[in-house]
Design a protein around this ligand. Structure first.
Ligand code: UD1
Length: 419
């Protein structure tokens, strides 16, 4: 059955919406559960396709995994692992499953993991992950589409990342958690999800300091043990709803959000003419008159997140004036532009820069999601467009948004899933 999302555009959103636990915090934390000789209980874990997929990766390695959907609770017991191999059939479906290489190597002294291969939003190499693991004493052999790594015991080392990669920082942090001595990651990623992973490792008895800055120091310990942990809220989901309110001219409250995690989005929405009021774990947002053009440049945290670039672009297609959007994190993250043009958006691409000429209206059309965030952006475009929009290939959206259509419908959108 091939489902689509159908939207009748033009309605303002009103009301409250609660965000889920962060997908990009859940996935590395689930991988880190492999480090634990015992059971971990994880709270606020949404039943997303990517999360369920990571459950199957952990199960294939021998972990006991139980998900309680009503409680949004995940229980993982990695006391006995039975495999150190993550085959192509698993890695191919979700790149983030490559995050198991660090914990497997640290815990079992070896790992055989498929190369992740290409990805719709860019080449996404893994050289920095491997640079770290090699520096820590792992032998790494690449052949037949696989990476085989082996070590007696990882040793702490200084690792400088040429780019503050989120995944490389996380993999090296997990490897360092059980290494001998101290591992120092320089030019580390500072994303809130990296900090959440560090806090989880510490909750298991690890010794990670400096997460959230560009230098993270991990003092290896001999074992990590059982704990219970609640993941942070999803800043990208929260941001997507905030842009949805702005785009439709509505007024909504986003609950379960940490405002300091989305400072650049709040700043840009205010520049564009929205009223944004922050409370401890709430954000109220209201559009105030016509949207004004703003320029955006995606950067590693605390810069503007690449995962909100496509959503903001949709907003700016309806702004007064011309906006310039530069994508510096991924090389191929403008795939939504062709689809937006089919809805009447005026966007020119020059290398890594998109020039968006705002116009008064865009129009509903059949469009296709090309990746997770691009898919969400097309739904937002549908909410603002005149007439009906049908978004195809919505399995991309299901990877990262739980009950997306239901949540938007509860805010007043005319939206449904259909065959
Ligand atoms: C994570 C997020 C993703 C987000 C991205 C950037 C998860 C599961 N996914 O992806 O949603 O868009 O951070 O915020 O958390 N790079 C290298 N060599 C490497 C690793 C990365 O050159 O070894 C490059 C990539 O090609 C890319 C850039 O670094 O251009 C950013 O990638 P990275 O920060 O690693 O993103 P992910 O961890 O894959």
């Amino acid at each position: 059955m091939k489902e689509k999302i159908r939207i009748e555009g033009g309605l303002e959103l009103q009301g409250s919406v609660r965000t889920e636990g962060a997908k990009n915090a859940c996935l590395p934390i689930m991988a880190a559960a492999l480090l634990c000789e015992g059971q971990v209980v994880l709270n606020d874990i949404p039943a997303l396709n990517d999360v369920m997929f990571m459950c199957s990766v952990l199960t294939s390695l021998g972990a006991q995994v139980e998900y309680l959907p009503a409680e949004k609770r995940l229980i993982i017991d990695s006391t006995r692992l039975t495999s150190t191999e993550a085959p192509y059939s698993l890695i191919r479906k979700m790149r983030a499953s490559f995050l198991v290489i660090g914990p497997l190597l640290a815990r079992e002294g070896k790992a055989r993991v498929s190369l992740p291969g290409g990805c719709a939003i860019g080449i996404r190499p893994i050289d920095l992950h491997l640079k770290g693991l090699k520096a820590m004493g792992a032998e790494v052999v690449i052949g037949h589409g696989y990476i085989e790594t082996v070590t007696d015991r990882l040793r702490g080392e200084r690792v400088y990342l040429d780019f503050p990669s989120v995944g490389a920082t996380e993999n090296i942090m997990m490897a360092g958690a059980l290494a001998e001595g101290a591992t120092v990651i320089e030019n580390a990623a500072e994303e809130p999800e990296v900090v959440d992973l560090a806090r989880f490792i510490n909750a298991m008895g690890g010794r990670v300091v400096g997460a959230g800055t560009d230098t993270i120091r991990i003092h290896g310990v001999s074992r990590l043990s059982s704990t219970e942990y609640t993941v942070i809220p999803d800043r990208i989901e929260a941001g997507t709803f905030m842009v949805a309110a702005a785009i439709t001219g509505g007024e909504i409250t986003v609950e379960n959000v940490i405002p300091t995690h989305i400072v650049p989005l709040i700043a840009k929405l205010k520049e564009a003419g929205c009223d944004v009021i922050e409370e401890e774990s709430l954000i109220h947002i209201r559009r105030n008159g016509q949207i004004r053009a703003v320029d955006i440049k995606t950067l590693p945290y605390p810069g503007f997140p690449t995962d909100l670039q496509s959503q903001m672009m949709v907003l700016l297609t309806l702004a007064r004036g011309t906006s310039v959007i530069s994508e510096t994190v991924f090389e191929n993250r403008f795939m939504h532009i062709d689809e937006l043009r089919r809805m009447g958006a005026q966007i020119k691409i020059e290398g890594h820069t998109a020039v968006v000429t705002g116009r008064e209206k865009i129009f509903g059309a059949p469009v296709k999601a090309t990746d997770l965030r691009a898919g969400a952006a097309l739904v937002l475009a549908g909410l603002a467009a005149q007439g009906r929009t049908e978004v195809d290939c919505i399995h991309h959206i299901d990877r990262g948004y739980l009950n997306f259509t239901e949540k938007l419908a509860a805010l007043g959108a005319k939206i449904s899933r259909s065959e």
